[in-house]
Design a protein around this ligand. Structure first.
Ligand SMILES: [Zn+2]
Length: 252
């Protein structure tokens, strides 16, 4: 006995700007076991109590509402065979067959791994959270510098994103600030980019964001980035930021 995969395709009627065609997805897809393709066809026709053409000339399409496609399944047709296998939802364990989803015009999802859209979304949300956790620490926040070689002027910035992305953003999403104006009006070879500090949070640090800003302020002052460089504003005063390092109880 061999396995035969079959699809019953329905005709999509012609419209003023489109010829009639076989609609996708098929009306139904299934599998029968038979000795020959002809026997498989016989089984499908018995199941539906009607005959199906397996070839229809384009000029004859108006006379046929359905078209039957049959293909013998070989061992290597795993992607088709898998549709007929019991699959456990990776989120909730509910057993489903992918083929039932394909045959259900109202199916929420044709996901191969999850039974419903809700399970798919739950799993995706967790994946994103896990990705964030896994990458925390691998791509630490940094203070970076963009320096114009010909003048020695610098721009200091902070980012919690991959720092290469931040540089790319400065180049591709310029605003009207003096840094972007200079960057856009000179050759890129006149610039270098570097990381000044990789942020490691001190013990007892209660606000990471404030601590990063504190380190950014330090570098802006140290390199005169506002007075002689491309930064336009000083981040919040260093004096206020110093409190970040103090345990909550000791704060004013
Ligand atoms: Zn599920």
């Amino acid at each position: 006995m061999a396995k035969f995969y079959y699809q019953i395709k329905g005709r999509q009627p012609a419209s003023p700007n489109r010829e009639a065609e076989w609609a996708w997805p098929p009306v139904f897809s299934g599998m029968v076991e038979a000795e020959t393709r002809k026997e498989a066809k016989g089984q499908v026709e018995e199941l539906y109590d009607r005959q199906f053409p397996m070839r229809v000339l384009r000029s004859d399409m108006t006379e046929h509402a359905y078209l039957l496609h049959i293909q013998e399944l070989r061992e290597h047709d795993t992607y088709l065979l898998r549709r007929f296998e019991d699959t456990a939802c990776k989120e909730c364990g509910t057993v489903f067959k992918l083929i039932d989803k394909y045959n259900d015009p109202n199916t929420e999802t044709t996901s191969h791994d999850y039974c419903t859209d809700a399970c798919l979304k739950t799993a995706r949300f967790r994946d994103v959270q896990e990705f964030r956790l896994a990458n925390e620490g691998k791509l630490p926040a940094v203070i970076y510098q963009v320096r114009q070689k010909s003048t020695g002027k610098v721009y200091i910035g902070q980012t919690t994103q991959p720092f290469t992305l931040r540089w790319w953003q400065h180049l591709t999403n310029p605003t009207g600030c003096k840094f972007h104006s200079a960057l856009g009006s000179t050759d890129i070879t006149d610039w270098d980019f570097s990381v000044l500090e990789v942020i490691t949070y001190p013990e007892g640090c209660s606000s990471r964001a404030a601590y990063i800003t504190q380190r950014e302020s330090h570098w802006i002052e140290a390199l005169s980035a506002v007075d002689a460089g491309f930064n336009t504003v000083r981040p919040a005063g260093i004096a206020d930021q110093a409190q970040v390092l103090l345990p909550l109880a000791e704060r004013a």
